[in-house]
Design a protein around this ligand. Structure first.
Ligand code: PDD
Length: 294
């Protein structure tokens, strides 16, 4: 048997209404998350005990659940559960991520929704987040590849069906890059786990919200920071054919925050250095997070 990446020990998680040892969690092989990826997830950042925009993340889960007709669509109680998990796992003064997952529950395999509807499966875990690797990427910038968007047409829902994202990211890693940007009909839409932005003529441009991208919480936050920093913004498609005119590119997301791009498809960009817009937004981001804590 190949060696497995072993999970952390002694982790207290939340599972279907109870806090318990992670090792005691028992998920049915009939769970529709396992069988069909019939579920949603969220990743929320906690900065030394303070959750960042938790309500927005949980509302997005509610939006996905409404469209998936999951039955349960109000996940606001998970915010309290997230705080409890930070306390139970001694993560109140550390950086951490909270992962949440909800599925349609366990029932005999059948394509239509099971009748009667099973209780949804709800899982949440807090993990220590080592900020150093992400900080290093932010300092040095990252390399990206572009790849055909083979995903479905409901990328606005954060479903656990991530096969195209995984394959795209793996392709990036195999090419020595850190993120893959999906291209559909010539448009650079978003990354495998981040949103994409570029600067043209001193205007920060990012794909408009649609069913083809995830409405990133960080994307929204960055657009607010742009307003505060007097950076002009346009939400319009970025065509791959025009990208050579960009003076900067960056990805934004919960774990990446704002990270400049310094190479694309093996071609060095900006002589390998993140640009001034990325730097300015990084500084504004750090400032906002610091004021959050005080
Ligand atoms: N990914 N686009 C995609 C496809 C994503 O998976 C993510 C987040 C984002 C950025 O969204 P936000 O700013 O709300 O994190 C955009 C998470 C972090 C993940 O899959 O781990």
């Amino acid at each position: 048997m190949p060696k497995r990446n072993m999970p952390e020990k002694n982790t207290i998680v939340y599972f279907n209404g109870k806090f318990m040892d992670k090792e005691k969690v028992c998920i049915s092989p009939d769970d529709r998350g396992f069988l069909f990826a019939d579920g949603l997830y969220e990743v929320i950042r906690s900065y030394r005990g303070t959750l960042f925009r938790a309500k927005e993340h949980l509302n997005r889960m509610g939006y996905g659940a409404t469209h998936l007709k999951l039955g349960t669509t109000d996940f606001s109680e998970l915010e309290e559960i997230a705080r409890a998990l930070l306390i139970k796992n001694n993560l109140e003064s550390e950086d951490a991520t909270l992962y949440f997952q909800v599925t349609r529950g366990a029932a005999k395999r059948s394509h239509p929704f099971p009748q009667p509807a099973p209780a949804p499966t709800i899982y949440a875990v807090a993990s220590k987040f080592d900020p150093d690797p992400a900080d290093k990427k932010r300092q040095n910038g990252i390399h990206i590849i572009t790849t055909a968007d083979t995903r479905w047409a409901r990328c606005d829902m954060k479903t656990t069906a991530l096969t195209p994202n995984i394959l795209a990211n793996q392709e990036a890693v195999e090419q020595g890059a850190q993120e893959a940007i999906f291209i559909r009909d010539g448009v650079m839409l978003e990354g495998s786990h981040s949103n994409f932005m570029a600067v043209f003529d001193n205007v920060l441009v990012t794909a408009p919200l649609s069913n083809y991208i995830l409405g990133g919480i960080t994307r929204k936050f960055i657009l607010e920071l742009c307003q505060q920093e007097n950076i002009r913004v346009e939400e319009r498609p970025i065509f791959e054919k025009d990208i050579h005119l960009a003076t900067e590119m960056m990805i934004v997301g919960t774990t990446t925050e704002v990270t400049g791009i310094v190479g694309m498809n093996d071609i060095l960009f900006r002589e390998g250095k993140p640009g001034p817009f990325a730097r300015k937004l990084q500084a504004a981001y750090v400032h906002a997070i610091e004021s959050l804590k005080s």
